[in-house]
Design a protein around this ligand. Structure first.
Ligand code: CA
Length: 738
């Protein structure tokens, strides 16, 4: 999602408290109170205005209507706004507690920091690998973690929507707060849980569900062996040996195929399986196009089950999908039948299979930093456990989505690791992009790195490392400032990379200011920002750095304006030819940079969203890739050929692909541009002459060089051999190899 400022500090001052149903309630009264269970005999209160408490009688704690004995109050005879109340008896987390301080409303006491006590961790940390529904022929064992529940009922259905439950079974509380039941049922059985906790009785799906019925409301028992498409060989792609060899193309499932005129599966997973598709001009489109373009990885915007698109009418709404509902279930609106839970799995696997058969690896966008709403299946199972809260009980909102999750909590950390490993092993997903990764704690991401690279050393892992928010326990976060502390597993293709907004904005101006300019479109003062990307995240301009060029270098992604729209807004007074040339300079710099090149799908064909800068729920017409624009001879087509040529060029130059071994040296050109020399002991030298000015510049070469790009064309083959003084046309990058 978009980079947003932390709202946590603002929330600390808000007069809000958490209501019983998990929603946020504004308390506009002058007096407010909030209280949480901090330990098994300790309640912490927070009130405004502060109060001088002189006797135990002024503080009443209730369990139901029963008033409890108080042993101690930390703020007795002190004028205070917060303090501790110690109870004589142990608190039962399954029960409902309330507090009433003289002069303030009687309010619920909610469990929050008690989850971090040794007592809780020792008694309720479950490390089994069998949560969810595990089917064995016609017998299924259901297990769900709900340590603060007083009862859990398993509801069984013959269908994924409509119809009544054919059976309701009380589950048995077992070790570590896990509830379990084994039932004579198998693949295709749908189920929900009705769980009773301190916030009441609610029905929800299984957080560990493998599939679901319509709109993800009912979980499904899945025998995964029955979901494989024909020819499913259960393998990853060959992948790349290092992250720098990867070239990533970021696409939304629906954008990809909605405007492919002959596609039978417009907007569906299966559109990726269709070969031989052409546009009106006879140009190959769809997966054939991708294969030709030469990208190594397709990065899919959210394809796990998200909430906002009604799966029964998927033509009506569009959404990027950053509103997670079932993390381990494929989204239903992209399947041809969202009612039958096995169809979405099978068609998702067909998509992976088709991309793999074309030699293209698949990266999944994962969004564990927030859920669709604060009362998710997680919160219904274990209220208040999975989220971060402010001191006054409001949801932490650094994500801007209203409910930051708590990756540092043991069972959510386990869930994240289990979830990515499940997608990697069952679906052969080759990489993961973590949304707002800077909100996750570093330890969780280190464990993700280790677990994933143990399964597949070539898995590529990266994320949005913006510096934002904070963890519950103050532990370091997986943001740009800390990411260099991630240790790369032995033999892995890389560690964890972060998006490089320094080169993104340095190249063409800030994404938050449509008129601002950068290095390629008129403002040379951003040279150091561009060099930060070219050198793989090394100089001091950013205030952070990475190891082994672990940066994702890019100009455009789904967020913000497309590159072409940005140039139209910031450089409306330049000619079309000049803007095309600026685009080419940027593309060349990204493809030369140490790190991993990344582009929004269609950037290479001048994609436009008509200037819309946040199209997350815009109509299809705004979001679709316009394949019809690819007409030979057109600017769209020529730009695509240039990107394709740059990809070939990058793949052919070892000096560009060996971070750590390659030295990158910069020199200033006479008229303000720069030269960049890439020198690797295991590959030949590459020299780039970058002229982002309106003037023709020149440079004297030492010795003979092979020209791979003249600024308009690019490729792996030699255009001509050059030596001596060479001219560098206005707005161009000449790329030479020795
Ligand atoms: Ca859905």
């Amino acid at each position: 999602m978009i980079k947003s400022k932390s709202l946590l500090e603002e929330n600390l001052d808000c007069l809000m408290f958490y209501s019983y149903d998990g929603g946020i309630v504004l308390n506009m009264n002058e007096n407010y109170a909030f209280a949480c269970i901090a330990d098994f005999n300790k309640i912490q209160y927070n009130i405004a205005p502060s109060k001088y408490i002189t006797s135990f009688e002024q503080v009443k704690i209730f369990q139901g209507e029963k008033k409890l004995n108080i042993d101690y109050i930390s703020t007795l005879n002190i004028d205070a706004s917060c303090g501790d109340v110690i109870l004589t008896d142990k608190i039962d987390l399954a029960k409902t507690y309330e507090i009433e301080i003289d002069g303030y409303d009687r309010i619920p006491v909610v469990p929050i920091s008690v989850f971090d006590t040794k007592d809780f961790l020792d008694n309720y940390t479950y490390d089994g690998d069998d949560l969810g529904a595990v089917v064995n022929n016609n017998e299924t064992t259901f297990k769900v973690w709900a340590p603060t529940a007083s009862s859990v009922v398993l509801n069984l259905f013959s269908k994924g929507n409509n119809c009544e439950a054919y059976k309701n079974v009380d589950m048995i509380r077992a070790d570590k707060g896990v509830w379990e039941h084994t039932e004579n049922c198998g693949h295709g059985t749908y189920y929900t849980y009705t769980v009773t906790t301190s916030i009441g009785t609610q029905t929800t799906m299984d957080p560990y569900a493998k599939s679901a019925g319509l709109n993800g409301d009912r979980s499904m028992v899945v025998d995964l062996a029955l979901t494989n498409p024909e020819g499913w060989d259960n393998k990853y792609t060959a992948g790349t040996d290092t992250y720098t060899e990867a070239i990533i193309w970021e696409v939304h499932v629906r954008d990809f195929s909605n405007k492919i005129k002959n596609s039978k599966y417009k907007g569906k997973y299966l559109a990726f399986t269709e070969t031989g598709l052409k546009n009106s001009a006879g140009v190959e489109v769809g997966i054939d196009y991708l294969k030709n373009l030469g990208v190594t990885h397709v990065h899919l915007l959210p394809v796990f089950d998200f909430a906002t698109v009604d799966e029964s009418n998927s033509n009506g709404e569009f959404n990027w999908g950053y509103d997670p509902k079932n993390y381990n279930v494929p989204e239903g609106s992209y399947s041809t039948n969202p009612y039958e839970g096995e169809v979405r799995i099978n068609e998702f696997k067909q998509m992976i299979q088709a991309l793999h058969n074309s030699g293209i690896a698949v990266v999944m966008d994962v969004v564990y930093n927030h859920t669709y709403d604060a009362n998710s299946s997680f919160n219904k199972m274990v209220p208040f456990y999975y989220y971060r809260y402010s001191l006054t009980g409001t949801n932490s909102n650094a994500s801007g989505c209203g409910n930051d999750t708590a990756s540092e909590r043991k069972m959510f950390r386990k869930f994240i690791i289990d979830s990515v490993c499940y997608w990697a092993t069952e679906y052969k997903i080759d990489g993961f992009r973590f949304d707002l990764m800077g909100l996750h704690d570093l330890e969780t991401m280190q464990q993700v790195e280790t677990a994933l690279h143990h399964i597949n050393p070539k898995a590529i892992i990266y994320g949005e490392g913006w510096i934002m928010g904070s963890t519950i326990d103050g532990s370091p976060q997986a943001n740009q400032g800390n990411i260099c502390r991630i240790k790369q597993s032995y033999g892995a293709a890389g560690g964890i990379s972060v998006f490089n907004d320094v080169i993104r904005d340095g190249l063409k101006g800030s994404v938050f200011d449509m008129t601002s300019k950068g290095y390629i479109n008129g403002d040379l003062q951003y040279e150091a920002n561009v060099q930060f990307g070219l050198s793989g995240g090394k100089n001091s301009v950013a205030g952070w750095f990475v190891n082994s060029a672990a940066v994702i270098n890019y100009m455009s992604a789904h967020d913000n304006r497309t590159l072409w729209d940005k140039l139209a807004a910031s450089n409306y007074d330049n000619s079309l030819q000049e803007r095309l040339a600026m685009n080419r300079i940027g593309a060349a710099i990204i493809m030369l940079s140490q790190g991993t090149p990344f582009m929004q799908a269609g950037e290479e064909m001048l994609r436009t969203k008509n200037g819309v800068d946040n199209s997350y729920k815009s109509c299809d017409d705004i979001n679709n890739i316009d394949w019809e624009s690819l007409v030979p001879g057109s600017d769209f087509y020529n730009m695509m050929l240039y990107y394709k040529g740059l990809i070939e060029l990058r793949k052919s130059c070892a000096a560009l692909l060996t971070p750590g071994k390659t030295s990158v040296n910069f020199n200033r050109l006479l008229l303000g541009g720069m030269t960049v020399l890439f020198n690797s002991p295991i590959g030949s030298e590459v020299l780039a002459l970058i002229n982002p000015t309106v003037n023709i510049d020149s440079f004297e070469l030492y010795g003979e060089w092979a020209m791979l790009s003249d600024g308009i064309h690019a490729g792996a083959s030699v255009i001509k051999t050059v030596s001596g003084i060479i001219e560098i046309p206005q707005y161009s990058v000449i790329i030479l190899r020795k």
